[in-house]
Design a protein around this ligand. Structure first.
Ligand code: ADP
Ligand code: MG
Length: 366
């Protein structure tokens, strides 16, 4: 390669990253100050040498191999690599290598730039850890909330239900004493009986809304039927349930999955009515490839999904967290004026181990 003068050197030295130029034999032709500092050798020992003489033999061999790949492929390559920095500490680098061509287009060498991304990597790891902690916290909060709802629902139903039944019996008894009562008092008793009945209905409704006993007692199939039917009645909004999943599979779903599916349908139905002002909703549950596929589609006013996701609302976020907690995914497809579809995919069973988070170290290159 031709001689590179002071201008090239000045340009290279202005790059804070390590930069170098090699010929087709992988001999260093030009290196900048950051490179010299990183490899800890004087410039005169570097220029004209190959990477295996400048770095450790192992690293050098990897660099020779990647140089060859760039020269043979004629393509730019990018790697993340871990190697000792200027003070011997292991650092992460983002390295780019590309071929250098002459005026005829023939490859005459390679040029490379290596950027220290250790801080970025650390931040990435911290962010990933903190996300996973938040997810665990969210899972824990969801389960605490669910068991708390169950407890309150049971107490409302059992304690308050019993007391109201007692009150109702008392009023029935009073009514039998009609001879000792005035017409006004009998009317009043009738009115109180009506009030107790309405209160009993309200207690049952609130207890069921908190945690429908049917979910624990009869399972997801019955619970979804109850949910869609009561939703249709309460909101005057037809809701069709298409359960294409065999009952045997439905029965195998653990309590966590059943609860998640139930809550996602519940929140989606509420959204379809409250925000979508839909005239029809279809809930579909299928099993395919060891996953259950759930979809709740309404024909309402739709929304701008990018804006809905960024708001302070927690319904969609909570649904997504529930799916993620179980190793699944949730997506919302919607457009203003074109309805909304919430699609969920959850593995039917617990995954054995989750190793996806452990990133493999990429190859080195310099
Ligand atoms: N089915 C739907 N149709 C139309 N808009 C919806 C629907 N679901 C959600 N949205 C929009 O997305 C926002 C966020 O929903 P969500 O997270 O459930 O919060 P919330 O129901 O508390 O407002 C809603 O405020 C609404 O604007
Ligand atoms: Mg909501």
């Amino acid at each position: 390669m031709e001689n590179y003068g002071e201008l090239h050197r000045a340009i290279l030295n202005n790059i804070p990253d390590q930069a170098w130029l090699k010929d087709t034999e992988s001999r260093y032709v030009l290196v900048n100050e950051a490179f010299i500092e990183a490899c800890g050798r004087p410039e005169k020992d570097i220029i004209g040498s190959t990477p295996d003489k400048v770095w450790s033999p192992e690293l050098g061999q990897v660099y020779l191999d990647t140089d060859r790949a760039v020269l043979e492929g004629g393509q730019r390559r990018r790697y993340e690599e871990r190697r000792p920095g200027p003070h011997g500490k292991l650092l992460w680098f983002d390295t780019v290598k590309m071929p250098v061509r002459d005026a005829d287009g023939s490859i005459v060498g390679t040029v490379g730039i290596s950027r220290d991304i250790t801080d970025l990597k650390r931040t990435e790891t911290e962010l990933r850890d903190s996300r996973s902690q938040l997810r665990q916290l969210s899972a824990w909060l969801q389960s605490v909330r669910e068991s708390e709802r169950s407890r309150i629902s049971r107490e409302l139903h059992d304690e308050l239900g019993q007391l109201l039944s007692g009150l109702r019996l008392g009023l029935n008894y009073l009514e039998t004493q009609a001879r000792a009562l005035t017409f006004g008092q009998i009317d009043h008793i009738g009115m109180l009986k009506g009030l107790v009945d309405t209160t009993m209905d309200a207690v049952h409704r609130i207890a069921s809304d908190l945690r429908p006993p049917v979910l624990d007692e009869l399972g997801l199939h019955a619970a979804l039927e109850w949910l869609t039917e009561s939703f249709t009645q309460r909101n005057a909004l037809p809701c069709e349930l298409r359960l294409n999943m065999p009952d045997a599979l439905l029965g195998e779903l653990d309590a966590e999955r059943s609860t998640a599916i139930f809550r996602i349908v519940q929140e989606s139905l509420t959204n379809a009515s409250r925000h979508g002002h839909a005239s029809r909703v279809v809930v579909e549950l299928d099993a395919l490839d060891d996953h259950c596929h759930l979809a709740i589609a309404d024909d309402g006013c739709g929304m701008d999904t990018s804006r809905a996701a960024s708001g302070p609302r927690l319904g969609l976020l909570g649904m997504r967290e529930r799916a993620l907690m179980l190793g699944g995914q949730l997506s919302v497809t919607s457009r203003p004026g074109h309805g909304t579809r919430v699609s969920v995919r959850i593995p039917l069973r617990h995954a054995v181990a989750n190793t996806a988070a452990n990133e493999a170290s990429p190859p080195c290159a310099s």
